[in-house]
Design a protein around this ligand. Structure first.
Ligand code: ZN
Length: 207
């Protein structure tokens, strides 16, 4: 929608240049305003498009498959999304991950300013990693969540979080909200049956 408004502004500018007459000061002001509006309306879609590409490339690298696509739902997408009540969903067969509105905005805010973050913003990372674990081929929700927890520290760093924040927030999630999460399992703990013993696991070095 915003892209269409931006393109409409570009078309109005183009129309001015096609008129075969000298520009008055008013015309110049009008064109400057139109160009500014076009840039303003294009800014948000371009920002999301770049962020989706970033999340897609990272997910592709983690899941080791090339057909991954991460999509950030807009409020309009959410209306037509049958699974709009969940924070994210993934389709193993196609490699498509959908992050529900406003999860991408929360994740961007977290990465922009990791020192000043709300609980919802922090939670956005585990949702992303959880969906990436699904497209690796895991369907069982408890195992998916546990694989995500063990990689939460590493993926946090790959997303650009400072190492100490990625570590601290990953451990806080494991010891805190995860213990009350519907996908909680006692088998998801250091030395328990879901422990993959990754060298850079979230819980390596944890008290
Ligand atoms: Zn899931």
């Amino acid at each position: 929608m915003l892209v269409l408004i931006s393109l409409f502004c570009c078309w109005l500018v183009f129309r001015e240049f096609r008129k075969e007459k000298a520009f008055t000061n008013f015309d110049r002001g009008y064109i400057v305003v139109l160009v500014m509006l076009a840039m303003l309306f294009a800014w948000s879609p371009i920002r999301y498009w770049r962020f989706e590409s970033f999340l897609t490339n990272l997910a592709s690298q983690i899941a080791n498959r090339s057909d991954v696509e991460v999509h950030c739902n807009t409020p309009v997408d959410a209306i037509f999304d049958n699974a709009a009540t969940v924070a994210g969903h993934a389709t193993i067969e196609t490699g498509r991950i959908v992050l529900q509105y406003p999860l991408c905005a929360q994740l961007m805010d977290y990465l922009d300013d990791p020192h000043n973050v709300t609980k919802r913003e922090k939670y956005s990372v585990i949702v992303y990693v959880h969906e990436v674990m699904h497209i690796r081929g895991e369907r069982n929700e408890q195992r998916t969540e546990c694989q995500a927890i063990q990689r939460l520290f590493r993926v946090g760093m790959l997303l650009g979080l400072p190492a100490h924040i990625a570590k601290q927030d990953a451990i806080t999630y494991f010891k805190g909200d995860f213990q009350k999460h519907p996908y909680f399992s006692t088998a998801c703990a250091p030395g328990a049956s879901m422990d993959e013993r990754l060298p850079d696991s979230t819980w390596v070095g944890m008290d």
